[in-house]
Design a binder for this molecule. Sequence first.
Ligand code: ACM
Length: 547
Amino acid sequence: MFFSKSLAINFGLSIVALFVLALSSAAAQSSINVIIPKPQKLKQGKGIFLLDRQTRYLADTPLSNDALRYLQRQLQLTSGYTLQESPSPKKHILAFHYAPQKIKKPEAYHLHIDKKKILIEARDRAGFFYGVITLMQLMDPSIWQQKAAAVQKQCWQIPACMIEDYPRFRWRGMMLDCSRNFFSKAYVKKFIDRMAQQKLNRFHWHLTDDEGWRIQIRRYPLLTKIGAKRGPGTKLPFSTYPAMRGPKNRPQSGHYCQQDIREIVAYARARAIEILPEIDLPGHAKAAVISYPRLLQDPQDRSRYRSVQRVSNNTINPGMESSYLFLENVIAEVAALFPFGSIHLGGDEIPRGAWQKSPAVRKLMQQKGLKTTKAVQNYFFGRMDKILARHHRQMIAWQEVLEGRPKLRKDNIFMAWKSPKAGIKAIKNRRNIIMAPVAFLYFDQQYIRNKKEPGHTWSTPVSLQKAYSYRPAPHSPYLRGVEACLWSETLLNEQIADYLAWPRSFALAELAWTEPAHRNWDDFKKRVYGKGVQRLKAQQIHYRRPR
Ligand code: ACM
């Protein structure tokens, strides 16, 4: 009697054990569809790899160093150990293999995981880095914690799979406006790190605008002494429409010194991100103009105008040689700080009425035979293009610069931010274009129209689904990629910035990376509101919850 009862209990337990085993293997089976952006090719394998302190790594190339370091840092934080190297590991191995014969595309990688081995193959630093990012997305979301874990996780289950992956676009950008509201060095690093986690690779850093000049230029110290301060007791008022919704009763200031910038450039580089600095010219330049009025404005100019944001007299004068000398010196320092091949010179929203009563501009027009304001704008960007060429930099600018049909170097790139139509037309005219259409990719806009929602309201709302629905086209070598913009007029603090950026940045990442044939809204939504937001929570990112 006793015997048979215990048999029955044992039998019951084994059924439970079998059930649990079946469940956990089902969980392992279903757990590979968690990656954002979705890989181009993804196939389930059998079983799981257990990563723990016994796991060893092996690399036959220094190109995987950044990727390995990134993983090791997270393991140290969450598990309290890092992987040791072993030249001839028998089992439990994470291997990085340089495979230029097999992997032809830049930034591409293959990831093969079975019970015994994780193999990441690539041909460049970015490819190895993205292999590790995908690997970490296959791990428990707690791997993304940014603080040392109270309870350290010793063992990570990683489902077996085979992934072959590459990006659709080489330019996968995000812009953060640090002029309207200043963001600390620590937040800029966080922003860059979160981009890297989604395989975004161009951080467009909007460093100057009417409301603040945020980059130290040694030759012109007043740019940050005067131009980085706004509010009561400063020369730079809070701008009007509708820029600051926060407290206006105290001055604000902030800038990045050159050492900060070098640190941030290195931080981004270790995450396969290039930084595109933007010095917005000749409009959107109130901060520069009030800092050096004698160099940048014609004292005889009787023009009175306001920008679309209602900022008065905010434009650098293109008729004065001192403007070009100033800008050449600024560009020399910017080029020395940023090793990236391009500099963004703005060119957007030059106010109507600027320079019209400037004798210096009138003289320039006579001398050079320039008939219209657009012709003057072309002249200005022609000079700027030559300055950039002297510093071996491409020019990137907003689409308005193209509207005047300037004669510029062919390899320059333009950002189409208005309707996608204008961008498509420019692509047909063989201009290099990055698409950043306001209706889909301006993440400073509200998600939905509602008074309680943070964000701007001057364009249409951009829901997660709207952002995801964007189809960059046409297929062309002149379509260089896509970018989302986070202008900061309403970004009064980091929480608002996080909220507006997440989860929409997931949509940006997927439309920038994944071929259209592999994109699907329902599938995307499941990944976002499953592991996607769990990864955000692990990092305490203040994302917008669905409602
Ligand atoms: C822009 O939104 N003014 C580029």
